[in-house]
Design a protein around this ligand. Structure first.
Ligand SMILES: Cc1ncc(COP(=O)(O)O)c(C=O)c1O
Length: 293
């Protein structure tokens, strides 16, 4: 295990160690732009692979891919978990192709429903998975703290890459966090924050489900919800409307129309006004086609 400056440094270290210029790295489509941009900056050819209701479409991963980057516990940005069958298929694929799977588990702590599925890292029997975690969602992105758990064979190269890039990060912050964890304060914070985020999640999820211009993507974890726009529905931007568009997470594939609504940084009381504003900026749903006589 290595402590890193956020998930981003973990991805950077794995990329530096494993990517040769021209290698193919497969990423989810839609997916997390900072990962895609990082792999590209290291000389990789980045291939977007479609995601369906069960997760990444394993059959669509290019045979040339040496690395696959996925967000199984809460697909980013759609929010769906990767099914157990898909996890097994992805691991079998990685073993067959001798590829590496990077599992980015960036916000699995906040769950509002069923028990989480086993991470790929615990299901992996062939040493193909690098697990990446972050404290950005559970605590603060400005802490720049994350970690990776890699197969032992990658340990020396990853430690060498870490030394080359910044030696060891900020030890005082790491020591403070270690104490916070040891004293049980992180677990308490997660319990309390989960209650608060569950209430915000419920408010946003109910509003999305009640609007026939939106097709919410089912999700019971994390700090955002995603909804596709019904055909021909559009949203007029407004300076005070801080929702992300799903298009922003689509790489080279055709853009998908939808919204990504974060509730990590908005109070419960402010959510109804925000949703009212959103509704007022959305065009009307198209009239249903005339029924046949
Ligand atoms: C998919 C994904 N991975 C990782 C992170 C966290 O990255 P970092 O730890 O570098 O702040 C985020 C934060 O938004 C994310 O959405």
């Amino acid at each position: 295990m290595l402590i890193t400056g956020g998930a981003q440094q973990a991805l950077d270290l794995v990329g530096r160690v494993l990517i040769e210029p021209g290698d193919t790295v497969a990423v989810e489509e839609p997916g997390y732009p900072p990962a895609r941009l990082l792999f590209r900056s290291l000389g990789a050819r980045v291939a977007g692979v479609p995601v369906d209701a069960e997760g990444i479409d394993v059959r669509a991963i290019p045979g040339s891919a040496r690395i696959v980057y996925v967000t199984p516990s809460h697909q980013f940005p759609l929010g769906t978990p990767m099914s157990l069958a898909r996890r097994a298929a992805l691991l079998a694929w990685a073993e067959r192709r001798r590829a590496v799977v990077i599992e980015d588990d960036y916000d699995s702590e906040f769950r509002f429903g069923e028990r989480p599925l086993e991470p790929l890292q615990s299901l992996d029997r062939a040493g193909r998975v690098v697990y990446v975690g972050s404290f950005s969602k559970i605590l603060l992105p400005m802490l720049r703290l994350g970690f990776l758990v890699a197969p032992a064979s990658l340990g020396p190269a990853l430690r060498a890459a870490r030394r080359l890039s910044d030696w060891h990060g900020e030890v005082p912050t790491q020591a403070a966090l270690a104490r916070f964890i040891d004293e049980g304060l992180l677990a308490r914070h997660i319990r309390r924050a989960t209650r608060e985020y569950a209430a915000r999640h419920a408010l946003v999820a109910e509003a999305l489900a009640a609007d026939d211009r939106l097709l919410p993507v089912p999700s019971t974890a994390g700090l955002h919800l995603c909804a596709r726009l019904a055909p021909d529905v559009s949203v007029r931007p407004a300076p005070e409307l801080a929702v992300e568009r799903l298009e922003a997470y689509c790489g080279d594939a055709p853009a998908q129309a939808g919204l990504v609504l974060g509730y990590g940084a908005i109070t419960k009381d402010a959510i109804p006004d925000g949703l009212r504003l959103l509704r007022s900026r959305m065009s009307a749903a198209p009239e249903p086609a005339n029924p046949l006589p």
